[in-house]
Ligand binder design. Structure first.
Ligand SMILES: Cc1cc2nc3c(=O)[nH]c(=O)nc-3n(C[C@H](O)[C@H](O)[C@H](O)COP(=O)(O)O)c2cc1C
Length: 180
């Protein structure tokens, strides 16, 4: 698929078939996402793929802040990708001081680019994804035993699509672009 087509046909997928997803498939997606741009090529995004049904159920039950929509998505997805960020590098100097006035903004920015790249690569490989922002970061970190110095930037449900959602209305170029 050409890149523009891949960008335009990717949809957030919230219903998945029961077909399991293999470690090789996940590795292929991550190996593409590894090529995302990042602050000084700092590459601070990491991925924990939760495929163990019990652990995934537990994350779904405990970590979605009562948002049953995300609980249902997580329970139904064969894999939940926990997008982790190694803190204090992207956007920071070696001595730990922020390089710009935007502080921790750049590490989130990098995690966003990496996540978008992940979703596009998955789509190219015939897999579906949805990024989820409504989750309890502390609970996810504690259930997975994540190390100090890392944060959870996003969750991504991953699997074989069991729906073909319509494209939600997107803004047109006139609304988005200003040329001076
Ligand atoms: C930062 C971010 C957080 C999101 N959080 C959620 C979420 O918690 N639950 C959900 O179902 N979708 C979530 N989405 C998916 C958006 O709702 C979706 O991208 C948007 O409706 C546009 O649809 P599309 O991805 O098919 O173009 C999130 C997307 C982003 C980028």
């Amino acid at each position: 698929m050409d890149t523009i087509r891949c960008i335009k046909t990717r949809r957030s997928i919230r219903r998945f078939t029961d077909e399991p997803i293999t470690a090789e498939q996940i590795a292929r997606v991550v190996s593409a996402a590894a090529y995302a741009p990042s602050w000084k090529n700092s590459q601070t995004t990491r991925y924990t793929a939760v495929v163990d049904p019990e652990l995934k159920q537990c994350l779904a039950r405990e970590c979605m802040m009562g948002f049953s929509h995300n609980e249902g998505i997580t329970k139904g997805a064969p894999a939940l990708i926990v997008v982790r960020t190694v803190e204090g590098r992207s956007g920071y100097e070696r001595d730990g001081s922020p390089t710009t006035s935007k502080g921790s903004h750049w590490q989130s920015f990098d995690a966003g680019i990496a996540s978008a790249t992940f979703c596009l690569a998955a789509h190219e490989l015939g897999l579906g994804t949805v990024i989820m922002g409504i989750f309890d970061e502390k609970k996810v970190a504690s259930l997975l035993g994540l190390s100090e110095g890392e944060s959870v930037s996003a969750l991504i449900a991953l699997g074989h699509p069991d729906e073909e959602p319509d494209t939600p209305k997107k803004k047109n170029v006139e609304d988005l672009l200003e040329i001076r």
